[in-house]
Design a protein around this ligand. Structure first.
Ligand code: LLP
Length: 438
C-alpha cells in the first residue's frame, strides 16, 4: 500500500515491480497507462509486461551462463497463448501437465522437443498425443505409469524418454497446498523406492531412461530447502549410476517464490550460483540441467485492473466491492494469499482513507481479494491488484456465470490484446437444452 497520493510525485517504479510505475497521475505498465487500457477494454483486465517476463527469464539465463541447461516454463502458471509466445520466442521449453497444454505450446510456436510432461495422472490418450508430437521427456510419477507408458510407446514402435520424479522429502516451508516434496504427498515416488523403480524402468522395452526429476513445492523463499533437495537428488543420482543406469539430465523443478508482500526470495541467478557450486563440488557439473519455473517468470509481470462498484460501510468492517472476484483472482480464497492493491490514478482521491475488506460480487464469503487495506476510494475509482501474472487467469473460472477477463500484453508503448473478454454466449456455447421426446 505505498501508492503515492500526491500528484507531483516523481515517476517511480513500485518496489519489486520495475516495469510498473506511476508516471504523473497514472499507473503505467511499461509505457502504457492503465487508465487508457481500462477505457479501451473494460475491467476486470489483466495486463502483463513483456519486459518484466524477459527480465525474470534473464535472471535464470545468467545463472546458467556457460552451462548445458534448458529452462522449461511451467505453463500452468499462465497458459495464455500470447504469454507462451513470449517464452517460445525467447527459446524456452515448456513443462506441461496435460494434452491441452501441449496443444497450446504448439499453437504458440513452441517446440515439442523442448517439452517435458509432468503430472500424476497422464492418460493413455495424452501419452499417445505427446509421443506423436515428439516431446522431449516424460516426468513419470509412479511405477504404474511407467508400465502404461512403456506399453503405449511400444505399440507405436517408439521408446519414450523418461525421467522419474522423486520425492526428496524436504520441507519447502510454504503453504501446505503448494508443498509437494514431502512424504505423504501424491507426487513423485518415494526416495527409498527410487533405485528399485529406476531398475524397473531400465528394463521396460518401451522406455529410455534419460534423467531424474524433482519439484518440492511453490512460492519457496528460502535457499535451504533447495540445497537439501539437491543433496538428496545427487545421492540418488550416484546410486542409480552405480547400478549402471546413466542419467543425462537432472530436472530440478520450479518453485522459486516472488515478492507478494515483502517476501524476499533469492534471485534466480544467486540461487543457481549456490546450487551449481554444490553440483560441481559433487562432480556432476557436466550433466544437463533442466528447470521448470512458473510463478517466478510471470507472477510479478502481471496485474489485474478492477473498478470499485460500491463502498459499503458495515458495523464491524467497511467493504470495498470491486468488479473482479474470486473467479478472476482465486488465490486469496484458495490459499489466503496476499496481493497488493493500489490505485491506478495517483491523484489525491477526495474520499477519506479507511480500512476496507476488498471483495468481489460473488455470492460467497470467501470471495475476498484483500483484507484490512487502507484505501481512499469511491465508486468508479480503479485499482490494480498486483502480482497477478501467475495462477490467476490460468485458474480463473466462470463461477456465477462471470466471463473470464480480457488480457493485454504490453511491449514498450504498444499494447496487444491477447485475449478478448469472454461473453455469456461463449460460456453457453457447449450447453444444450433437453429436447422434448418425439
Ligand atoms: N513443476 C511442477 C511439476 C509443478 O507442479 C509446478 C507447480 C511447477 C513446476 C511450477 O512451480 P512454480 O515455479 O510456479 O512455483 N496455484 C498455486 C501454485 C500451484 C503450483 C503447482 N505446481 C498458487 O497459486 O500459489
Amino acid at each position: 500500500m505505498n501508492a503515492p497520493n500526491n500528484p507531483t510525485a516523481t515517476p517511480e517504479a513500485l518496489p519489486g515491480h520495475p516495469f510498473i510505475a506511476y508516471r504523473g497521475d497514472a499507473l503505467h505498465v511499461e509505457d502504457v497507462a492503465l487508465t487508457q487500457l481500462a477505457a479501451a477494454h473494460g475491467t476486470p483486465l489483466f495486463v502483463y509486461s513483456k519486459a518484466a517476463m524477459l527480465a525474470a527469464l534473464g535472471a535464470y539465463q545468467r545463472g546458467f551462463a556457460g552451462r548445458d541447461a534448458q529452462i522449461c516454463y511451467a505453463m500452468k502458471a499462465n497458459s495464455s497463448l500470447g504469454v507462451l509466445q513470449v517464452f517460445a520466442q525467447a527459446g524456452c521449453g515448456f513443462d506441461i501437465v496435460s494434452g491441452g497444454e501441449l496443444e497450446r505450446v504448439l499453437a504458440a510456436g513452441g517446440q515439442a522437443g523442448k517439452v517435458i510432461f509432468s503430472g500424476v495422472g497422464k492418460t493413455r490418450a495424452e501419452m499417445r498425443q505427446a509421443l506423436a508430437a515428439g516431446i522431449g521427456c516424460f516426468n513419470v510419477e509412479s511405477e504404474a505409469e511407467l508400465d502404461v507408458l512403456s506399453g503405449v510407446a511400444q505399440a507405436m514402435g517408439l521408446k519414450a524418454a523418461v525421467s522419474i520424479r522423486v520425492n526428496p522429502n524436504v520441507d519447502p516451508k510454504t503453504h501446505p497446498y503448494i508443498s509437494t516434496g514431502l512424504k505423504g504427498s501424491k507426487f513423485g515416488v518415494a526416495h527409498v523406492d527410487a533405485l528399485r523403480i529406476y531398475q524397473h524402468a531400465h528394463h521396460l522395452p518401451g522406455l529410455q531412461v534419460v534423467g531424474i526429476d524433482c519439484h518440492i513445492g511453490s512460492q519457496i523463499t528460502e535457499v535451504t530447502p533447495y540445497m537439501d533437495a539437491m543433496d538428496r537428488m545427487l545421492d540418488l543420482v550416484e546410486g542409480i549410476e552405480a547400478a549402471g543406469i546413466r542419467l543425462a539430465h537432472i530436472d530440478f523443478g520450479g518453485g522459486l517464490g516472488i515478492n507478494y508482500n515483502g517476501d524476499t526470495p533469492p534471485a534466480a541467478d544467486a540461487l543457481w550460483a549456490q546450487l551449481l557450486a554444490k553440483i560441481d563440488a559433487r562432480g556432476h557439473g557436466a550433466k544437463k540441467l533442466m528447470i521448470e519455473p512458473g510463478r517466478s517468470l510471470v507472477g510479478n509481470a502481471g496485474l489485474c485492473v478492477t473498478e470499485v462498484l460500491y463502498v459499503k460501510p458495515g458495523e464491524q468492517k467497511n467493504f470495498c466491492i470491486i468488479d473482479a472476484a474470486m473467479n478472476d483472482l482465486p488465490r486469496p480464497a484458495m490459499y489466503q494469499a496476499f496481493h497488493q492493491i493500489v490505485p491506478i490514478a495517483a491523484k489525491h482521491s477526495p474520499a477519506p482513507a479507511a480500512a476496507y475488506d476488498v471483495v468481489g460480487p460473488i455470492c460467497e464469503s470467501g470471495d475476498w481479494i484483500g483484507r484490512d487495506r487502507v484505501l481512499s476510494v469511491a465508486p468508479g475509482d480503479q485499482l490494480a491488484v498486483l502480482s497477478a501474472g501467475a495462477y490467476c487467469m490460468s485458474m480463473a473460472s466462470n463461477y456465477n456465470t462471470r466471463g473470464r477477463a480480457a488480457e493485454v500484453l504490453v511491449d514498450g508503448a504498444t499494447a496487444h490484446l491477447i485475449r478478448e473478454r469472454e461473453s455469456v454466449s461463449d460460456q453457453m456455447r457447449h450447453e444444450r437444452l433437453v429436447q422434448p421426446a418425439g
